[in-house]
Design a protein around this ligand. Structure first.
Ligand code: PMV
Length: 310
């Protein structure tokens, strides 16, 4: 075949980041406004072209180790270890911002390679291969990023269990996503929470509470209670701050959103930078929140209707 193409989207974790690593439920959805495409074409050597690096895959810098690994594992599964080709990555997902870009890039590559070698790919096989890359990028991934970036619908996700897709039934609900402009530090944050968990028994309570908040959020979504969802988001942010995964920049921008009458606001993803999300039931307020966040230094904002399911 002369061409293989694979695509995956960004993702937003609405509730349950970090606690999901400990087996608590989380809610996430594919964020269609950002996406990555991997394009595979024949070449004389195995090579990569992305915004960080262009050249032979074998010489790629250490930061691209997870990509090298997912390619090697996928070629092993496809029994194509000696094939040569070029992979071009085009992405609108901001990297290291809690939007799952590492999982999405891996998912796009796996899909692209299976397409290139004309082989059908099951969803489980895809998630397993993405997990190999995520283990390198994240250390101890829950798998939520892989599931949300490669799926089509919102998920109620529990680590190691079958993934439950569900419909967002909210009317008049708008989520403002804002990029702080600071790199998130998922790996460090997940590692620090694990340390705290060992040292301080109260951390287990925070994690259990975050799980409860995710369960309540699912009910709020299914019952179309936007205001209740906002309150649950605020409660989650307090717990995430206790877990040390928020930071000054996030706290400041969350305050800006709250000052503009957001119904709730919290960090999303690994934290310590990255993105925050804010909720409102009016499009006009959503515009105001987005503008205020940009004036306060957010480098990008998106407004996502939670009715659209996309
Ligand atoms: O920062 P992101 O987009 O990779 O999100 C990570 C979500 C965590 O719950 C913090 C980690 C995980 O693997 O679930």
């Amino acid at each position: 075949k002369q061409l293989g193409v694979g695509r995956a989207t960004g993702k937003i974790i609405l509730m349950g980041e970090h606690s999901v690593v400990y087996g608590e439920p989380a809610i996430a959805f594919p964020f269609q406004k950002t996406a990555v495409t991997a394009t595979i074409t024949p070449a004389e050597q195995l090579s990569l072209a992305c915004s960080y690096y262009t050249g032979a895959l074998a010489q790629a810098p250490q930061t691209l180790k997870s990509i090298q690994e997912v390619i090697a594992q996928t070629l092993f599964v496809l029994k194509q270890e000696h094939a040569t080709f070029s992979i071009q990555i085009d992405s609108t997902i901001p990297a290291e911002r809690g939007m799952g870009s590492s999982a999405a890039v891996a998912a796009a590559i796996v899909r692209g390679l299976f397409d290139y070698f004309d082989t059908p790919l099951s969803h489980t096989e895809l998630l397993d291969l993405v997990a190999t890359a995520e283990k390198i990028a994240h250390g101890n991934p829950s798998g939520i990023d892989a599931a949300a970036t490669s799926g089509n619908s919102p998920l109620f996700f529990i680590k190691g269990q079958s993934i439950e897709a569900f419909e967002m039934k909210l009317e008049n609900a708008y989520l403002i996503v804002a990029d702080t402009g600071m790199k998130g530090q998922t790996r460090e944050a997940v590692g620090d929470v694990a340390q705290l968990y060992k040292q301080d028994p109260k951390v287990a309570d925070s994690i259990a509470h975050l799980g409860l908040l995710s369960r309540k959020a699912k009910v709020a979504i299914l019952e179309n209670c936007v205001k209740e969802l906002g309150k649950l988001m605020n409660a989650a942010q307090l717990e995430l701050a206790t877990l040390t995964v928020s930071n000054e920049r996030l706290d400041q921008l969350i305050q800006v959103a709250n000052d503009q009458q957001a119904l709730g606001a919290k960090l999303t993803g690994g934290g310590r930078g990255g993105c925050l999300i804010a909720l409102t039931d009016q499009l006009e307020t959503a515009d105001k929140i987005a503008t205020a966040l940009e004036e306060a230094g957010a480098v990008a904002t998106w407004i996502q209707s939670l009715e659209e399911n996309d």
